[in-house]
Design a protein around this ligand. Structure first.
Ligand code: NAD
Length: 257
């Protein structure tokens, strides 16, 4: 039997990048996967035999409706991947309050709203599985160490890191495990934004900035969405049954030194 067979998973921000790779990987491991994004990822849902819905993670009403939809269409929820996120690289002095607030609404409030909304459904079925239910929050290596030009993003991903630990302690008696994942620079649209931001901040060309971004990682290159998806499938599975409140770093060694 596949390791996640019988489970229902929800991945937010799943239209592309890490979210899409995660949805495919969870489905390949046997889960029924619901995918959401600002526009419903219908083609992805059709490809993986899952369900799709439009959802803005900053909307409390959208979270309530998504939970009702999961109960009606999939019978519940076992795995929540809070993946939707925004990036910002800009000198602090040029950053507006609106930019800070928008970033935190998606990266931090979205994770809070999602985790809170999912508790009743996750708790209902947690006793069914040896490893209980699982919430996986996308933080970043930027949630572990600072980077010039990304202080606001650092703040948002650092918040996700500690929100995860507090929630893990609170939800452990309900057999809901909560862990964070900390990718290095991953080759997605957001990875391109990192390269572009680095180029803008330093004045180096995009090619040179891409080479610098590759060399940030001792393994010599940026990561692939699949690298992160593999760690998420592991955290969602019973193989991670004794892991909660932990930080899984998938950064090619970038923060090891
Ligand atoms: N790519 C990287 O280098 C990297 C590194 C570390 C962490 N991360 C984190 O991993 C996650 C996924 O990153 P990615 O590289 O796949 O990004 P991406 O930009 O390629 O995809 C993000 C997705 O989130 C969706 N989204 C944005 N705002 C939303 C909202 N309000 N409601 C619903 N969906 C929304 C977007 O539409 C998009 O499909 C993010 O949380 C990101 O911060 C990425």
């Amino acid at each position: 039997m596949a390791e996640l067979s019988g489970r229902v998973a929800l991945v937010t921000g799943a239209s592309r990048g890490i979210g899409a790779a995660t949805a495919r990987a969870l489905a390949a491991a046997g889960a029924k996967v619901a995918v959401t994004d600002l526009a419903a990822p219908d083609a992805l849902a059709a490809e993986i035999g899952g369900l799709a819905r439009a959802q803005d993670v900053t909307s409390e009403a959208d979270w309530a409706a998504t939970m009702e939809w999961l109960r009606a269409e999939a019978g519940g929820l076992d795995i929540l991947v809070n993946n939707a996120g925004l990036f910002l690289m800009k000198p602090l002095i040029e950053t507006t309050l609106e930019e800070w607030q928008r970033l935190h609404r998606v990266n931090v409030e979205g994770v809070f709203l999602g985790t809170r909304a999912a508790i009743p459904l996750l708790a209902e079925r947690a006793a069914k599985w040896p490893g209980g239910a699982s919430v996986i929050n996308l933080s970043s290596m930027a949630g572990l160490v600072g980077s010039a030009g990304a202080a606001c993003y650092n703040a948002s991903k650092g918040a996700v890191r500690l929100f995860t630990k507090g929630a893990a302690l609170e939800l452990a008696p309900s057999r809901i495990r909560v862990n964070s994942v900390h990718p290095g620079v991953i080759e997605t649209a957001m990875g391109d934004e990192v390269v572009h931001g680095l180029s803008g901040l330093t004045g180096m060309g995009e090619n040179e900035a891409r080479s610098v971004a590759n060399q940030l990682h001792p393994l010599g290159h940026m990561g692939q969405p699949q690298n992160v998806a593999d760690a998420i499938v592991f955290l969602a599975s019973d193989k991670a049954a004794f892991m909660t409140g932990s930080e899984v770093v998938v950064d090619g060694g970038a923060t090891a030194g």
